[in-house]
Ligand binder design. Structure first.
Ligand code: NAD
Length: 353
């Protein structure tokens, strides 16, 4: 029987309605002996009462800062800027190992407090495959928004919806709205989601993955009306698009959706824009004539909070039931130490996590 104390925090980001653990999986954890504290959260898609009914303790939003030191704090997106020193082990998406903006600051906060980041992006099996991911729904939303934009039907601001509602909008098409689409990273989770959304919208996309980009055919890429980038870049490769490509007179490309959103990272395959878009302004015009519109939203699955949380939680709960110092969680911790070493943060600054 594990003595794990998990603390599910409220998400600081106001638009974030997802949760890494849904009430039915919370019950599984509690039944297996895990102490689970859940912070109240006005925007979480599942009401606190459902967690309470599952046997969880309830705490106020943001109270993780004074949680017992051995509690493991669980969330999805970024932490608030304070406290400056992080004393707990935190499970969330830190986006801190690819030299993203703010990465070093975050890792130094852990070093200062003696805590540790167990980054969900690096929770992998023996073969390096991700064990819990939102990719499928990110790709689904990315392609869906690109379709709506291409058809002139994207309405801002974006708000969370259900798959049923979204599909209904995707299926409303006129015959004169035909266009070609390309998915890069088509064999991955996001890529599969993107392909399904295109299918729902009645579009048969061209599918590229590693084999098709090894010797990149940029003119072929630019000959598509819509492109969805869904790659997971782990080593630098030549960019798929560069600034001069956008001015290529042969460009048909009108709508570019970057699901990957590696902007600011040296691994970025689309260095043609410098900041993401968001729910309020989901589309940015990169070129006027002919038009080229960018969608680069880094919290796409939050637009389908119920569906994406339920899938993610089903995968994560299996790992939480096996929480320990070895296996995937051990690898997560090793990756954290490695990232700190790369930034010159001394290992001795950390307590054993
Ligand atoms: N925008 C969002 O809200 C959001 C949400 C979740 C994930 N993501 C991001 O989406 C990306 C994809 O995630 P995933 O879960 O689908 O990953 P994945 O590992 O399941 O799939 C990635 C795919 O990209 C392919 N790939 C890698 N390099 C390539 C290259 N140079 N050319 C062509 N194909 C290449 C791989 O072969 C694989 O099939 C990640 O960067 C992830 O962080 C974004």
């Amino acid at each position: 029987m594990t003595e794990l104390h998990l603390w599910l925090r409220h998400e600081d980001r106001r638009t974030e309605r997802r949760t890494p653990i849904v009430p039915s999986d919370a019950r599984r954890l509690v039944d297996s002996g895990v102490t689970l504290t859940v912070e109240e959260s006005p925007q979480r898609i599942f009401p606190i009462e459902e967690y309470e009914a599952a046997g969880c303790h309830v705490a106020t939003a943001g109270s993780w800062v004074s949680a017992p030191r051995d509690a493991v704090i669980l969330g999805l997106k970024e932490l608030p800027d304070q406290p400056g020193e992080l004393t707990h082990r935190h499970i969330f998406f830190g986006h801190a190992y690819k030299r993203q903006p703010g990465a070093e600051t975050l890792l130094r906060r852990f070093a200062a407090g003696g805590g540790a980041l167990l980054d969900l992006e690096y929770l992998v099996d023996d073969h390096g495959r991700r064990l819990a991911a939102f990719g499928f729904w990110a790709g689904y939303l990315g392609a869906a928004l690109a379709v709506l934009q291409q058809r002139g039907r994207l309405v801002a601001p974006l708000t969370p919806t259900s798959k049923e509602e979204l599909d209904e909008r995707l299926q409303r098409a006129d015959a004169d709205e035909e266009f070609t689409a390309l998915v890069i990273g088509a064999l991955g989770r996001s890529g599969r989601g993107a392909r399904l959304a295109f299918q729902v919208a009645g579009v048969e996309p061209t599918c590229w993955d590693l084999a098709e980009t090894r010797d990149l055919d940029r003119p072929a890429l630019l000959a598509h009306d819509v492109m969805v980038n869904a790659v997971l870049a782990t080593t630098p490769v030549p960019p798929f698009l560069r600034e001069p490509d956008l001015d290529d007179p042969a460009r048909r490309l009108r709508t570019l959706c970057d699901v990957t959103c590696d902007v600011g990272s040296p691994l970025n395959v689309l260095p043609v824009y410098d900041r993401t878009t968001d729910w309020t302004d989901p589309v940015r015009r990169l070129r006027k004539e002919p038009p080229l519109d960018l969608i680069a939203i880094d919290n796409l699955p939050s637009l389908l909070p119920r569906e994406s949380s339920t899938d993610f939680s089903a995968a994560l709960v299996l790992q939480l039931l096996e929480f320990g110092t070895g296996g995937p969680w051990g690898r997560c911790l090793d990756r954290f130490h490695q990232a700190c070493r790369e930034l010159g943060i001394a290992e001795g600054e950390f307590r054993d996590a």
